[in-house]
Write a protein that binds this ligand. Structure first.
Ligand SMILES: NC(=O)c1ccc[n+]([C@@H]2O[C@H](COP(=O)([O-])OP(=O)(O)OC[C@H]3O[C@@H](n4cnc5c(N)ncnc54)[C@H](OP(=O)(O)O)[C@@H]3O)[C@@H](O)[C@H]2O)c1
Length: 492
């Protein structure tokens, strides 16, 4: 059957763009996009975008379209423009160039100062550019944003969607802050937006939330989401070295940046938790609403005491949705050595989900690295190409809850004190705890430490965070305390 092509001449200024809409074997060339304006759709709502071509549609482009249309079952190729040719971008390009992905064709690579980036293994017909406008006005169907950060990544993604191009990104900051808004924009412009590599790198947890688990009603998500913290904590655990040595080692081996604050203080993990909450709990929260506690105060002695309790220490991100409140936080906690969290070593990531019907699920694997992350990006690309060729709308929900966010979890607690030893310390601490209605579970004091800087531990029976904190403030003011006590939840 021949293609029915209807060209709608635009009266818009030079440089405005056309798009192709197609349903079954009919092609409709539609409307203009103007900068920052949502496209107006001609034809029935049921016509779905399968490919958008910016600029004047050429006969060559129509020919390309006709190949798919005149051969039922032929694959529609998604033309891919890669923006950001760094660690992940390069690995994505390698996969696209080395493995035959029939549904994808790399057409553009965009990076600032692109000259030195050029690689001989990239096919000669791929266009290298440092001007993102060239990508926008090209015939690329899918833009892969891999420059990271908020600016200009946000502008690039918005303008790509407004230009009718689907977007795949690995950018956690962007999705954590603007995910709901960008998903709505993608829906309005009938594009796809996928961000599977933005959480847990190569571990396919976001695709699982999008498809495999969307039939459940999830109420909890928790995870080890930061490989740098996990590397440092597992090194302290195995080598019993001080925190500062483990950090230096991680930096020397390229697992931690020179300024690792975002990782150590929980900023990175809470952005990822916000994305998991969005995708899995349909809850829209900003990363800043989630309390983050640093791992900097954890030291080798804490692993000695944790071992006594059958536990180890990991940075845990957790979100539980209960009666309209999302309990969420990121920070170090004790976990049973035999638990899934306790077994996660080095820079691996683990995500656990809890659903009303399906129960608990676990996703484990490489949370970072060029190649594993690139696999997640290419998988998103293949999914987007399939969705576009099937004319599907976004697979993500468009409506999100806006729950109250609280960090007032109930848990048993581990309190590690560092004191100048003197008589009566335990009695004074016990008096404060008792005055706040807190029950001691155990007191642990290992022999062999200097009396001038004596670490010992009190564990508490379960209580709420809000009940414990006034007591901690009182205890920090006692004259024998060398440092405020380290307070960690025990998450068995
Ligand atoms: N690396 C991982 O393991 C990993 C894991 C999960 C997610 N991610 C996410 O993946 C994204 C990319 O990470 P990456 O590790 O590949 O970063 P990267 O190595 O720093 O690469 C970023 C690339 O983008 C280019 N770039 C930056 N700003 C640009 C701009 N304004 N215009 C054009 N090009 C620009 C950079 O060029 P220059 O070389 O000139 O700086 C560089 O080539 C980030 O969102 C990151 O959070 C990374």
């Amino acid at each position: 059957m021949p293609i029915a092509a209807v060209t709608v001449p635009t009266s818009s200024p030079a440089g405005s763009d056309d798009a192709i809409f197609r349903r079954n074997k009919a092609v409709f060339i539609c409307f203009d996009f103007t900068e920052n304006a949502c496209p107006t759709y001609y034809g029935s709502e049921s016509y779905s975008t399968t490919r958008t071509i910016l600029g004047r549609t050429s006969s060559k482009q129509l020919e390309d379209t006709s190949v798919a249309d005149t051969h039922p079952g032929a694959t529609v190729v998604g033309r891919v423009a890669l923006v950001g040719f760094g660690t992940v971008g390069r690995a994505v390009a390698r996969i696209l160039c080395e493995t035959a992905k029939p549904s994808l064709r790399l057409t553009h690579i965009c990076n600032r100062n692109v000259g030195p980036k050029k690689q001989p293994w990239v096919p000669a017909d791929v266009i290298w550019t440092e001007d993102f406008r060239e990508v926008l006005s090209s015939d690329a169907d899918i833009v892969v944003e891999l420059i990271g950060g908020l600016a200009p990544a946000e502008e690039f993604v918005r303008s790509a969607l407004l230009a009718g191009k689907s977007v795949v990104t690995a950018n956690k900051q962007l999705i954590a802050r603007h995910g709901p808004d960008l998903l709505q924009l993608a829906n309005r412009t009938r594009c796809q937006l996928e961000f599977g590599a933005s959480v847990a790198g190569g571990v396919p947890v976001l695709p699982a939330l999008r498809t495999g688990l969307c039939g459940d009603r999830l109420h909890g998500i928790s995870g080890i989401l930061n490989g740098t913290c996990n590397y440092i904590l597992s090194r302290i655990e195995t080598a019993r070295i001080p925190f500062s040595d483990a950090l230096e080692e991680a930096q020397a081996r390229g697992y931690a940046e020179a300024d690792a604050s975002e990782d150590l203080d929980g900023g990175d993990a809470r952005a990822k938790l916000a994305i998991l909450a969005l995708a899995g709990l349909q809850a829209c929260v900003s990363p800043e609403q989630i309390r983050a506690r640093t791992i900097r105060a954890v030291d080798a002695v804490d692993f000695d005491y944790a071992t006594e309790l059958g536990c180890t220490i990991r940075q845990i991100s957790r979100a539980d949705l209960k009666d309209g409140t999302m309990f969420a936080e990121v920070g170090p906690g004790l976990v049973a050595t035999s638990s899934p969290f306790g077994r996660v070593q080095n820079n691996q990531n683990l995500v656990l989900t809890s659903g009303k019907y399906g129960g608990d699920m676990a996703f484990l694997g490489a949370g970072a690295g060029g190649d594993p992350t690139a696999v997640a990006v290419v998988s998103d690309l293949m999914f987007v190409a399939q969705s576009l060729s099937a004319g599907a709308r976004s697979h993500w929900p468009q409506q999100f809850l806006a729950p109250k966010v609280s960090c007032d979890f109930e848990a048993p607690w581990y309190l590690r004190f560092l004191v100048k030893d003197q008589p009566g310390i335990i009695a004074k601490l016990a008096a404060i705890l008792s005055a706040h209605g807190l029950n001691i579970d155990a007191v642990l004091q290992k022999p062999g430490y200097e009396k001038a800087a004596l670490p010992f531990v009190i564990t508490l029976e379960p209580c709420r965070d809000s009940q414990l904190h006034p007591a901690l403030e009182e205890m920090a003011a006692l004259d024998f305390a060398i440092k405020p006590c380290l307070c960690l939840p025990i998450l068995r």
